[in-house]
Design a protein around this ligand. Structure first.
Ligand code: NAP
Length: 335
């Protein structure tokens, strides 16, 4: 028996402070149309960067007017199906990546938006869409080959730990940066060739000493000083993918005053390339199928952060936790 009402997180105003922007609301569970299904979310992935930038009104391509829904990826169970639905039945487990569908106890959506999965486990959330982003960024933007040196920053994070493994699987030497011993241990377990804990070692010095020929490909998630160091250490014809700049999401963007970046790139024939998953959707389906296969065949492992965040009420704490750099693996909400 489905409940009459459910809770979801919405942004009721644009604010630089995530907590001030959001509110938990209770809604009636609406009737299905013939082509829809109702999903009870079991787990949702936390994308603190996207959540914060969205509620700050800082995403140039998507500026919804409040109130708007938050959260993206979720896994759950089908609890009702519309009259026309033959592809799903009650009890099926599904994953979804509907914008606004993640931070919600239930979703009523077009059945075409749901992906059947063997079980509703949080592990799925490390692949859809996080792992997909890592794979598409490395291959399509980074033009990843083999036998190169690849540096992944925030390497023990949700996106980073998949990027590390994909770069290794492709036959590269992989360096990962992280900010704790626990994360360093995870990265060693995942096969990272050189782990740099930036709290105990100086990234710039390590790269200078151990990688004098420079880095061929950088998967850069952090921004600020880490970005500068990575640009400085690009090899001849090196490529740096701007995957994100999480160190700046909670603050105003830093204004830098230094020579233009072409001074650093031109003489090495190097490049800095932006990556934004929504602009590479055509690669998503193939990437998803390949990642599922890699996981099923034991070629990659997935890491879920062990801290439990339970229910809609815990989402702001999970966002804080992630932006404070405490996460190790993918941060998920359990419903
Ligand atoms: N472009 C796209 O389409 C796309 C898609 C998905 C994700 N992303 C980006 O990928 C990056 C990682 O996202 P995620 O969701 O997987 O997060 P995450 O990596 O699981 O967690 C964030 C990690 O960033 C690291 N970090 C380093 N300096 C930080 C600082 N000053 N403040 C906060 N964190 C810091 C922390 O690890 P350490 O301290 O260990 O480094 C932290 O655990 C983000 O920049 C995100 O925006 C981009």
């Amino acid at each position: 028996m489905n409940p009459q009402t459910y809770k979801k997180l919405v942004a009721t105003q644009v604010s630089s402070d995530f907590k001030s922007a959001i509110k938990i609301i209770t809604l009636p569970l609406r009737e299905l149309t013939n082509d829809e299904i109702i999903i009870q979310n079991k787990f949702a992935g936390v994308n603190a960067g996207f959540d914060t930038l969205l509620s700050q009104g800082k995403i140039p391509y998507f500026k919804p007017t409040p109130p708007f829904e938050l959260g993206v990826e979720a896994v759950g169970e089908v609890v009702a199906v519309g009259k026309n639905i033959t592809t799903f039945k009650i009890g099926d487990t599904v994953a979804t990546t509907v914008r606004g569908g993640g931070y919600s106890e239930y979703q009523v959506i077009d059945a075409n938006l749901a992906i059947k999965v063997p079980q509703a486990t949080p592990e799925i959330l490390t692949l859809i869409p996080t792992g997909i982003s890592a794979l598409v960024a490395l291959e399509q933007v980074g033009e990843m080959t083999n036998q190169e040196t690849i540096l992944v920053t925030a390497a023990a994070g949700g996106t980073g730990h998949i990027a590390v493994q994909l770069a290794k699987l492709a036959g590269n030497h992989v360096i990962g940066t992280c900010g704790s011993e626990a994360k360093a241990n995870l990265l060693k377990k995942l096969g990272c060739d050189r782990v740099i804990n930036y709290r105990t070692e100086d990234v710039d010095e390590v790269l200078q000493r151990e990688y004098p020929k420079g880095i061929n490909l950088v998967f850069e998630c952090v921004g600020r000083k880490m970005f500068d160091i990575c640009v400085n250490h690009l090899a001849i014809r090196g490529r740096l993918i701007v995957v994100g700049f999480i160190s700046e999401y909670a603050d105003q963007l830093e204004i830098v005053n230094q020579p233009r970046i072409y001074q650093k790139l031109f003489w090495k024939g190097a490049s800095v390339r932006g990556f934004l998953m929504p602009l590479y959707q055509e690669y998503s389906l193939e990437a998803r199928n390949r990642l599922f296969h890699l996981l099923e065949s034991g070629q990659i492992q997935v890491a879920i952060d062990p801290t439990e965040f339970r229910g809609i009420e815990s989402i702001d704490s999970a966002v804080d936790y992630l932006l404070a750099g405490k996460s190790c693996g993918k941060v998920v909400i359990t419903f």
